[in-house]
Design a protein around this ligand. Structure first.
Ligand SMILES: Cc1cc2nc3c(=O)[nH]c(=O)nc-3n(C[C@H](O)[C@H](O)[C@H](O)COP(=O)(O)OP(=O)(O)OC[C@H]3O[C@@H](n4cnc5c(N)ncnc54)[C@H](O)[C@@H]3O)c2cc1C
Length: 544
């Protein structure tokens, strides 16, 4: 790529001081891509939803059968290259497919792990021989993979794993315990992280029938009951030397870059479940009567529906903007460079956006399931309605793939490490939350350690800026191109702006107080809330 073209490419964190001209939005999907997404949606609706009780009871063979069926439709590896049996689609289209498959948490986690963190290490860092050996079997659904990083005593602090590997007589011997491994019950291949000789953090492809490997009992979880989560016990498990993934001592690159892209997969999974929550809330509010009227006619119920839809609109705008940016980084990889270095750079470019996307989408989901349950009143607290399961299943989304606390801290620490603070301070605001972020950034003394509490305030301001900006740019484009539901988009963005501006003002005030800066933060730029409840009620849920 010539230097001029390279300089014109979007850069990670660029939203902090300017907007790309036209961020990608879901309205840009072509007819074929919509058709594929709709096939995924119909599959989830017709094949998965009728089985939820049986899936939650872990009926033998049911979930693996569904995964096989989904793989036969091409959903085993939508963004995996065709050469390895995938569909070779962009990350944006693959994300839409996963979103539409994700109407239920258990199925979403199982297929999300299959397509995502469990397959990505091989796609991104496998040798050609490893890719050819495993990927066609994974994408076709012949085998299921799993990703084994966490341990009983090392969760967030994942790079300090206690698992050990030693090379003896041409094979590695792995020992340790891996905890919380999704898909473990059904998986035939595990990406396991361990330290060679107690020092070099490395990734290994471990087949299920390796001597010394045992999958232990299922965890008794509060939600996602239809998914499998179990421990792996490795006792001198024998792993051929050829199954070292990438390089000894470079396992952190495999682990962290996989999680980075995985965070957008989580975003898709969260949006799918949000769609279910809005559908349940809209439907119930039209049926339930109190005081002789449907509860959908009450202002406070309408306000909940409107805010849920607005947050979903913002979360969706952020997710598709981020994955399209990652697509741009992947397509800019230099064919002449080292393939793995180029891939690593592409994965890392939009780390800030990936972490923000994970936090925004999962917290929008948390809000949606909570308010949807509230709309159900006491009935929401029973298993009679689907919202109880959605509520339970959603809870873990703020915990796995890096807790939201860690993603918050990471996002703003990256802003500082990438040297973006000066450009942020000098930039012109692109939305109200951005004004508060710039105000806080101008007062920040970066020569002193910020502490976690202040970092989290700055991160929230960063997150609200990214969300408001993305929602507004999308709404503006919808209006300009006069697409279907453009009015809804414009009103949803306004509604989000009104609520997010209030939150940004509060976070800015806290940030300044923590810095010891005495300054009043006014709320003058908060927009007028818009009522998008009619659109939600007419569409029986999220209209787009
Ligand atoms: C259903 C389920 C499926 C999972 N699937 C997988 C999988 O397939 N593969 C896999 O490897 N793992 C998986 N995990 C593990 C998951 O990634 C971890 O649970 C997560 O990383 C958190 O680790 P932990 O549970 O040990 O919590 P801890 O790390 O003990 O954290 C506890 C609390 O302390 C906070 N905390 C920790 N460190 C800090 C810090 N430095 N600063 C501020 N706060 C901090 C956390 O945010 C959290 O609130 C799964 C977990 C669940 C529940």
């Amino acid at each position: 790529m010539n230097p001029k073209a390279a300089a014109a490419l979007p850069k990670g964190g660029g939203f902090l001081f300017a907007c790309e001209n036209e961020p990608f939005t879901p309205e840009q999907f072509g007819a074929d891509e919509r058709l594929m997404a709709d096939t995924a949606f119909q599959f989830a609706k017709n094949e998965v939803l009728p089985l939820l009780d049986r899936l939650d009871a872990q009926e033998e063979g049911l979930m693996p059968g569904l995964i096989k069926q989904a793989c036969e439709l091409g959903f085993g590896g939508p963004d995996t290259p065709e050469k390895y049996g995938g569909l070779g689609l962009s990350k944006a289209v693959a994300t839409r497919i996963l979103e539409k498959l994700s109407l239920n948490g258990s199925f979403s986690t199982t297929i999300g792990v299959h397509q995502g963190v469990a397959q990505l290490p091989i796609v991104l860092f496998g040798s050609e021989e490893q890719r050819m050996r495993y990927l066609p079997r994974i994408t076709s659904g012949e085998i299921m993979p799993a990703y084994a990083l966490s341990e009983p005593n090392n969760g967030t602090d994942a790079l300090s794993v206690a698992s050990r590997a030693a090379l003896r007589n041409g094979a590695y011997r792995l020992s340790g315990t891996k905890m919380w491994i999704s898909n473990a019950k059904w998986a035939s291949l595990f990406t396991v992280f361990a330290k060679v000789d107690g020092e070099r953090f490395s990734a290994f492809l471990v087949e299920r029938d390796s001597p010394g490997l045992e999958v232990s009992r299922e965890e008794h979880k509060m939600g996602l009951k239809g998914s499998s989560t179990a421990r792996l016990i490795l006792e001198d498990a024998v792993v051929p030397q050829a199954n070292l993934l990438y390089l000894e001592g470079e396992g952190h690159r495999v682990a962290l870059n996989t999680l980075n892209i995985g965070r957008c997969k989580i975003g898709a999974m969260a949006l799918g479940q949000m769609r279910s929550a809005l559908h349940a809330a809209a439907k119930y509010s039209k049926e339930r009567k109190q005081f002789g009227r449907t509860i959908a006619s009450f202002g406070l119920v309408r306000q909940k529906l409107a805010e849920m839809a607005a947050r979903m609109f913002a979360a969706e705008s952020v997710l598709y903007r981020t994955v399209a940016l990652i697509d741009s980084a992947f397509s800019a990889r230099e064919a002449s460079g080292d393939e793995y270095d180029e891939t690593r750079k592409a994965c890392e470019e939009f780390q800030i956006e990936c972490s923000l996307t994970k936090v925004l989408t999962t917290e929008a989901l948390a809000f949606a399931v909570d308010e949807a349950l509230q709309i159900h009143g006491g009935y929401g607290f029973t298993e009679e309605f689907p919202i109880a399961r959605l509520y339970r299943d959603a809870r873990v989304m703020r915990i796995y793939e890096g807790t939201n606390e860690i993603n918050r801290l990471f996002a703003f620490e990256r802003v500082m490490k990438r040297g973006l603070l000066d450009a942020l301070r000098d930039g012109a605001p692109t939305c109200p939350a951005h004004e508060y972020l710039i105000l806080a950034a101008r007062n920040l003394d970066a020569s002193k350690p910020l502490g976690q509490e202040l970092t989290a305030c700055m991160s929230d301001l960063t997150l609200l800026t990214y969300a408001q900006q993305s929602a507004n740019l999308r709404a503006e484009r919808m209006r300009r191109e006069n697409v279907q539901f453009a009015d809804f988009g414009v009103d949803a963005a306004k509604q989000f702006e009104a609520s997010a501006t209030g939150w940004a003002a509060a976070r800015c005030a806290e940030a300044l107080a923590r810095m010891g800066v005495k300054q009043n933060v006014s709320l003058s730029s908060a927009g007028q809330p818009r009522d998008v409840a009619d659109a939600v009620l007419e569409s029986d849920g999220y209209p787009l």
